[in-house]
Design a protein around this ligand. Sequence first.
Ligand code: ADP
Length: 354
Amino acid sequence: MKILIINCGSSSLKYELFTMPKERSLIKGAIEHIAEKGTKIKDHYSGLKMILSRVGEVDAVGHRLVHGGEKFQKPVLIDKEVISKIRACSKLAPLHNPANLEGIIAARRLLGEGISQVAVFDTAFYSHLPDFAYIYGLPYEFYQRLGIRRYGFHGTSHEYIARKSSAVLKQPLRKLKIITCHLGNGCSITAIKGGRAIDTSMGFTPLEGLIMGTRCGDIDPAIITYLVRDRGWRIEKVDNILNKQSGLKGISGISNDMRQLQRKVKEGNRRAKLAIDIFIYRIRKYIGAYLAILGGCDALIFTAGIGEHQRGIRRRICSRLFSHLKTKPRILVIPTREELMIAHKTYQLVYGDR
Ligand code: ADP
């Protein structure tokens, strides 16, 4: 079976074609700058049309969806009702869901309803978080009426590396306590017990938690009140700073790219060093917290750009981290393959019961 995986961003369209169940990747690529000035590809529809002419016939399509709210706890076959439910979740992810939806609508127009399409949600892996992990210390009505809670993101990646670790450790997932670190431009960390996520660092949005390339992660929310009320800043400006001008980039004043910061550290740049120190410190704090809630840990797993390639950073994160433990967790590096995970889920849903 040929399964095409589509991941639509606001101006990009990534794709990968797999033969399943062999898990062989046949072709992959990305179209960038969709609908931007001076580009030939004016929308996701034309982008996908081009991709389909490249990949030929497909048997099913899997779409990556960033936000499934509380409505979607597992992958679903897409129909009109699902589309309108995803649209309803767009309020929660105004930057991502509308672009994901454009991909779905374009694919349905181009392929017709005869080809099964599946939506796989990044938030679904967190649908079993306990309430005491996902409710914020806000008036409870905020959760009931506005849906304000911890949703968690990067779920497909954390789930993939968790499953892989069980193969590496030769132990069933249901027996394992693990901590997974996805350290790319966006960074998140998840505590997984018996295959289920019990807590994660990203929250209502991907802004919470670790220091990231350009996102601030955890801050005192009163800083926002201070900037808006006392300094008179516009909320859009604050939002832009927290998401795009903070994190490694904001602290260093140089770059969001870890490699570049390391080059600067070698030249003696102190702000670059500080940014990296804070990045590592925050991760260590979270690992400590997750050790406590898991009540032990069999493996600590790293993935994504920094997690997979930056040995020095991994070493500093792990330095004397487990010295107080009788049995030391294994430390693993597992390259993430979100597209393959989506292909798996799509295949299972469409062909699994036959
Ligand atoms: P994204 O989250 O946008 O997919 P990545 O997972 O590639 O991005 O993560 C980007 C971060 O990973 C950057 O800080 C970059 O410096 C680092 N990184 C990516 N690839 C490598 C590599 N081959 N060697 C060292 N660092 C890398």
